[in-house]
Design a protein around this ligand. Structure first.
Ligand SMILES: Cc1cc2nc3c(=O)[nH]c(=O)nc-3n(C[C@H](O)[C@H](O)[C@H](O)COP(=O)(O)OP(=O)(O)OC[C@H]3O[C@@H](n4cnc5c(N)ncnc54)[C@H](O)[C@@H]3O)c2cc1C
Length: 500
């Protein structure tokens, strides 16, 4: 029988495992290297601005549905308002041309047909897939081992969706974009998710289906407030979090996890250890690479990861009242290209947070640019603090020069600028090479499961984005729940859940 559980990491996965562990009568403790809950799901303050560092869309934000139920159980959404965008992204071309990715499927279809009547058939195939997907809920089942007959039946009911997703999972967004004969639509379509190599159409279709259902809103107040609500729920259930407590080693006796050791030498013992922290450091550092086979090794040798980011946030004394808000922002061409990370950029995507009044008050707005970056380059730069800081300043200057082309006058309205680099993400979250969502979602990884156990090691589990290709806040929360279901199943006890 499991009595006590030690959890490494207070990101969403770790907090969720802690909450469900407490709901089921286990004595849990979470060890977090940083000072805050949430991990990647975070926000930070600069001057009078709050910079949100995570959630653009939270699947399960709308009432009903199994995922919404999880957020209620975790106390994450009670009393929280969500902003449901009408637009996912706006891709501007030369002059006044724009491809607006509306979240309403009918409006999107009409708009695409106006841009490209010659592509009617391809447009209908795409939008019909969104509509079909929107008829199904996200499959939030029990842990595989503890699935009931009813869970099995639910899966059978979803077979048409799974079949459809298998088909769309094999086509990348960039490849699908080439099917449009209209050159503007083809180019603009590839820009949506296009900076991620081989991103599967299934990922885009599912996202647009949730947004069409208005079931994936942005939580007003930002991501840290969202994580703090789950932390409160955990503490209310009697859980214990140790902050500033970096785990150095997972203690193992007779091939069974028995505890953890912190960098300050303190040791804690428990019946089960769950790592909700970075996968690479869990396997290679905390466990000294002793529990792995060819599959685990080749995953870390071969699989692509979400690249680290340059995350540039600006505090602007401007309100952008008439600027249409969208989930990920506006992509616009640059008449004068800029150079960042030794790459020439001819287009930039900017997010204008004019839809969250909590991030900036009194005529101010946060504008943010998120760029896929290069870990090795920033890791080298970080060896010289002067060079590192100079390069950060240069990045901010380049971004401002680009924004000036789309929002004339903005350079004079900036009163705060903040540049987070791949090193920032690595420092604050411990994620391998600064990756912002773990394993990249590609046509090769879509739908693939990663084991939550390691070969030859008992009483040990991994949860979170490093065992769910594509990452995301919902899979992290779902993992925390299903790992506790698994433990209850092993203990031959009923899984319990409740709402605050
Ligand atoms: C810019 C950005 C935008 C995003 N947008 C969305 C979105 O719109 N929707 C969505 O669903 N998802 C989004 N995500 C992804 C989502 O944030 C992550 O996939 C998810 O939060 C991962 O949660 P996790 O608990 O698995 O891992 P993490 O958040 O990485 O948590 C791991 C925790 O473990 C701690 N830790 C690491 N090593 C140790 C150690 N040795 N000892 C103790 N503690 C340790 C870390 O400090 C961290 O707190 C976004 C992420 C980013 C960065």
């Amino acid at each position: 029988m499991t009595g006590s559980i030690l959890i490494v990491g207070a990101g969403i996965a770790g907090l969720s495992a802690g909450c469900y562990g407490q709901m089921n009568g286990y004595q849990t403790q979470i060890f977090e290297q940083g000072h805050n809950p949430g991990g990647l799901c975070t926000s930070w303050k600069r001057k009078v601005y709050t910079i949100d560092g995570c959630i653009h869309w939270l699947v399960g934000s709308a009432p009903n549905g199994p995922l919404h139920q999880i957020w209620l159980e975790l106390g994450a959404i009670q009393g929280r308002s969500f902003f449901n965008h009408d637009t996912f992204m706006r891709v501007e071309g030369d002059g006044s041309r724009a491809f607006v990715v509306y979240t309403d499927a009918d409006r999107l279809e009409q708009h695409m047909k106006e841009i490209a009547p010659e592509d009617e058939e391809t447009i209908e195939t795409f939008v019909d897939a969104i509509r079909t997907c929107a008829r199904y809920e996200l499959p939030v089942g029990a842990a595989f081992e503890s699935r009931s007959f009813k869970d099995g039946l639910n899966m059978v009911g979803r077979l048409p969706l799974l079949k459809m997703m298998a088909k769309w999972g094999r086509i990348s967004v960039r490849d699908f974009a080439t099917r449009f004969r209209n050159p503007f639509l083809s180019e603009a379509f590839a820009t949506v998710f296009g900076d991620i190599n081989n991103f599967p159409m299934a990922g885009m279709i599912m996202t647009l289906a949730w947004l069409h259902n208005r079931a994936a809103g942005y939580p007003i107040g930002g991501s840290l407030e969202f994580a703090r609500a789950i932390e409160r729920r955990y503490l209310g259930l009697g859980g214990e979090i140790h902050y500033d407590s970096r785990v150095e080693k997972i203690l193992v006796e007779n091939d069974s996890a028995v505890g953890i050791r912190l960098v300050n030498g303190q040791e804690y013992r428990g019946d089960v250890v769950i790592s909700a922290a970075d996968g690479h450091s869990t396997i290679f550092n905390m466990l000294g690479a002793r529990y792995m086979d060819d599959e685990v090794r080749s995953r870390y040798d071969r699989l692509p990861i979400f690249p680290p980011l340059l995350y540039v946030a600006l505090g602007v004394t401007r309100t952008f009242d008439d600027f249409p808000a969208s989930v990920v922002g506006v992509s616009f061409p640059l008449r004068k290209p800029i150079m960042i990370d030794n790459k020439i950029l001819i287009r930039l995507t900017a997010q204008v947070y004019n839809f969250d009044p909590f991030l900036a008050h009194h005529g101010r707005t946060v504008v943010r640019v998120m760029l896929m970056s290069n870990y090795e380059r920033w890791s080298l730069l970080a060896q010289s603090p002067d060079e590192y800081n100079t390069e950060k300043e240069r990045v901010a200057e380049q971004v401002i020069a680009a924004l000036e082309q789309r929002f004339p006058g903005i350079s004079d309205q900036i009163e705060m600028s903040d540049v987070a680099t791949p090193m920032t993400f690595e420092h604050y979250t411990g994620n391998w090479n600064g990756s912002f969502e773990g394993w990249l979602l590609t046509v090769d990884t879509f739908g693939k499961n990663v084991s939550k156990t390691l070969p030859g090691l008992d009483n040990f589990y991994m949860i979170g984005q490093w065992v769910n290709p594509g990452g995301g806040v919902p899979p992290a929360a779902m993992d925390g729940r299903s790992i506790i279901q698994l433990l209850r199943h092993k203990d031959k006890a009923k899984f319990l859940s409740s709402q605050p």
